[in-house]
Design a binder for this molecule. Structure first.
Ligand SMILES: *Cc1c(COP(=O)(O)O)cnc(C)c1O
Length: 420
């Protein structure tokens, strides 16, 4: 993870090999352009390997990963504990299906429930599946526990949120790119402005079963709601007998310097949706976590997943939970996050800095360029991150990044911004 500062991030390509080296990136990009669905617009870097916060591309150039798989790589590339857990489980059993038990599922659910402080875990795979599962659980809870008339359940969501890409999830997206061309949409959702407790209160009816939102909106540009908002959401949900479902797929598991961003705001949701970092950057692992009075509404045959709860996923998930219990991890994230935000707030060329912990959304002065243009310039300078929308870049380095590497990346960002 530590790299001597004398090692150039982009070592000079040996004489005579420049054209060969250049063709490796182009070769891979041509294959992707020809044969991969064109649903992404990646930066021009093709990664071959990673170690901690560093990645090496097919040209042999080393860069700092300042995106960390949108928080799926909270523990960096190839964390020794996660790699060891995966290797050990690979040699034992990797998939059983839920037709049978496996000896990793029970411990994983118990250890994750204990970390989150709830009673039960529903293991799934991707974040979108955790969201879909949470929506199903909330509806079923609404009918069976709250007593909402059949097929009348409604769920209140926040504008500009991001919860995945499935049909039901894009049905309540306010992003025209996410929705356009994908109708007809799943009914039953009411969208309110994020951060506005009065609007949320007004949107709740007797048929409302849940409020679903991100405690900090990641994809929207790391948008932190006004102080007191999440506590108000909690109070409204309690008053109206509505489930507070917190999508912590991106904000959870250490990103903010806390296990849960909701708890960091001094409140508690009824249902937590986890993903991304839960798989340790090794494989997709997601979960719905709640007490038995909520998750207990699911009975055999009513929900499932071939891969959810597989022993390999559970073994890696257990190792992730273990890392989150480690003494200094979260405190270190808070300290590094404070240092990062202090530096960002002093940097030229930014019109806004948002976020907390090792997580920032920065808006680039249009005089300097778009978010995309800055991310391209940073990639050339050896710092990989990505724009979200228009002027906004998301910074989310691995939580295990060395302090010196964090400052190296920020030095490079500052240099690009100063250049104008
Ligand atoms: C990434 C994300 C999802 C979707 O996760 P996938 O694994 O890509 O399906 C859901 N919610 C939030 C908040 C996310 O950031």
């Amino acid at each position: 993870m530590t790299v001597p500062s004398v090692v150039p991030v982009f070592p000079a390509v040996p004489a005579g090999s420049a054209s060969v080296a250049e063709s490796a990136t182009i070769h891979h990009e041509r294959l992707v352009a020809a044969h991969s669905a064109n649903n992404y617009h990646p930066l021009s870097v093709v990664i071959a390997s990673g170690d901690g916060a560093w990645v090496t591309d097919v040209e042999g150039r080393r860069s700092l990963d300042f995106l960390a798989g949108y928080s799926a790589l909270n523990f960096g590339h190839g964390h020794p504990a996660l790699r060891a857990a995966a290797h050990a489980q690979l040699d034992r059993a990797t998939l059983t299906s839920r037709a049978f038990g496996n000896d990793q599922l029970g411990p994983f659910c118990a250890e994750l429930a204990d970390l989150i402080g709830k009673q039960m875990v529903l293991p799934m795979n991707t974040g979108a599946e955790a969201v879909e599962s949470g929506l199903k659980v909330a509806r079923k809870w609404g009918y069976e526990v709250k007593g909402v008339p059949t097929d009348r359940a409604r769920i209140v969501v926040a504008a500009d949120g991001f919860h995945g890409r499935t049909i039901s999830v894009v049905s309540f997206s306010t992003d025209p790119d996410a929705r356009g061309g994908f109708g007809p949409f799943t009914p039953g959702f009411d969208v309110v402005p994020y951060g506005d407790a009065a609007a949320l209160r007004a949107a709740i009816t007797d048929d409302t079963v849940a409020v679903l939102l991100e405690p900090i909106q990641g994809e929207a540009g790391v948008v932190v709601p006004p102080a007191g908002y999440l506590r108000a959401v909690r109070d409204i949900c309690s008053e109206r007998n509505v489930l507070f479902v917190a999508d912590e797929v991106q904000s959870g598991l250490g990103r903010t310097g806390h296990v849960l961003a909701t708890r960091a705001a001094d409140t508690d949701a009824d249902v937590y949706l986890l993903g991304k970092a839960l798989g340790g950057g090794v494989l997709p692992v997601s979960a719905v976590v709640a007490d038995a009075d909520v998750l207990g509404v699911l009975r055999p045959g009513q929900h499932g997943s071939t891969f959810g709860g597989n022993p390999l996923a559970c073994a890696v998930g257990r190792a992730v939970v273990g890392l989150l219990h480690e003494e200094d991890l979260l405190g270190r994230v808070r300290a590094l996050g404070t240092a990062m935000h202090a530096r960002l707030r002093r940097m030229p060329g930014l019109t806004a800095v948002r976020g907390t912990g090792l997580w920032a959304g920065i808006d680039v002065d249009p005089a300097i360029g778009t978010g995309r243009e800055l991310s391209e310039r940073l990639a050339v300078a050896g710092v990989l991150t990505k724009d979200t929308h228009g002027p906004t870049l998301r910074l989310s380095p691995p939580l295990v990044i060395d302090e010196a590497d964090l400052h190296l990346a920020l030095d490079r960002l500052e240099a690009e911004l100063s250049r104008g």
